[in-house]
Design a protein around this ligand. Structure first.
Ligand code: PLP
Length: 357
């Protein structure tokens, strides 16, 4: 049976990405060697690294003055690397979910943290809009897509101080204005590739303003000086990121994927909104195009477990909601085809016909 992979992360990749990476694991460019066993400084891998950076900048329209790094440590490492490099006295954070809270906790080790707004009061089911970014903060940190709660900031915020964004789960999902940001970072494993590599887009002029000493591995300047090769980079994940970017470019680029994502999410939210038994958890104007969270209406609540099994038996993978929201979460990242959305909607309708009273 065909599997439809709605996992939140690691998550679905385009078939061609998996095929090409598998082929390079066996033999990189006919070299007789695996991508896993060549030197990261050799010409074959250097070409991969260069092309990955070039494609990243091209597809996302990254302005000239920005650099792109590929590091280890995940987005979680960036939670501490950002304040280590940028926080002198005070940083401002928007608290929109579990990942934002984790970022806030790390920043607290380095200075004062001003939480300018929070949606904690409603279990993070919306994006706060009414707040002022303090102009004396060293930076303002946001989480553009709240993977667990299914909310998203889809506009590029104007900030009087460097804007730092965790875009782990919506990078490359829509056209955006990179020039509004000081740093954009994220783990690759939601929309860009497999786990193991972290992307960091950075405007280098925001660095060098803190007084503390920074250990080399945590200092962005060290990684910039060494072109992401201060230490051995995660070569296989980077290879797969390159394949993903090639796939995305061939598909029509960021404008095209933006349209496709709007359509896919629209189909699924429509199905939820028109359902007798399902209901969405995020407020409509804050809904994520990447992670669609929904539950069963109160009178059907005890059927949630049954629906998970029902959907699993029909090939749906990874739709159980995160424990902090419950119910269901369909993660519909870039690589998720429209047919899989249709398949999920069909399964929801089939269940509803059996159960709705
Ligand atoms: C998955 C995720 C993270 C954690 O990423 P790691 O690479 O596992 O550290 C952080 N932020 C967001 C928004 C995420 O979706």
């Amino acid at each position: 049976m065909k599997k439809h992979n709605f996992s939140a992360g690691p998550s679905i990749l385009a078939p061609v990405v998996i095929e090409n990476t598998a082929a390079a694991i066996l033999d990189l460019n006919g070299s007789g060697l695996s991508v896993m066993e060549v030197s990261h400084r050799g010409k074959d891998f250097m070409a991969v690294m260069d092309e990955t950076v070039t494609l990243f900048k091209q597809v996302l329209n990254v302005p000239q003055e920005y650099e792109v790094l590929f590091l280890g440590g995940g987005a979680s490492m960036q939670f501490c690397m950002v304040p280590f490099n940028l926080l002198n006295k005070k940083a401002a954070y928007l608290e929109t979910g579990s990942w934002a809270k984790k970022a806030i906790k790390e920043a607290g080790f380095f200075g004062k943290v001003d939480i300018v707004a929070s949606s904690k009061d409603k279990n993070f089911n919306y994006i706060p809009r009414d707040y002022t970014i303090p102009s004396d903060a060293d930076y303002f940190h946001i989480t553009t897509n709240n993977t667990i709660f299914g909310t998203q900031i889809t506009e590029d915020i104007e900030s009087p101080v460097p804007l730092v964004a965790d875009m782990s789960s919506d990078i490359f999902s829509r056209p955006m204005d990179v020039s509004k940001y000081g740093i954009i970072y994220g783990g690759a494993q939601k929309n860009l590739g497999p786990a193991g590599v972290t992307f960091v887009v950075i405007r280098p002029d925001i660095l060098g303003k803190v007084e503390r000493q920074i250990p080399s591995m945590l200092d962005y300047r060290v990684h910039l000086e060494n072109g992401s090769m201060f230490n051995t980079p995660p070569v296989v994940p980077i290879f797969a990121v390159r394949e993903t970017l090639k796939w995305l470019k061939d598909l029509g680029g960021i404008e095209k994927i933006g349209e496709i994502n709007l359509k896919k999410a629209g189909m699924l939210y429509d199905a939820i909104d028109n359902s007798e038994i399902f209901t969405g958890t995020a407020q409509k104007e804050s809904r994520s195009l990447m992670n669609v969270c929904f539950v069963m209406k109160d009178r059907y609540k005890d059927m949630e477990g049954e629906f998970i099994s029902f959907a699993q038996e029909r090939g749906m993978v990874g739709i159980k909601g995160h424990r902090s929201v419950g119910g269901f979460r369909a993660s519909i990242y870039n690589a998720m085809p429209v047919e899989s959305i249709r398949a999920l909607i069909d399964v929801m309708k089939e269940f509803e016909e059996l159960k709705a009273v």
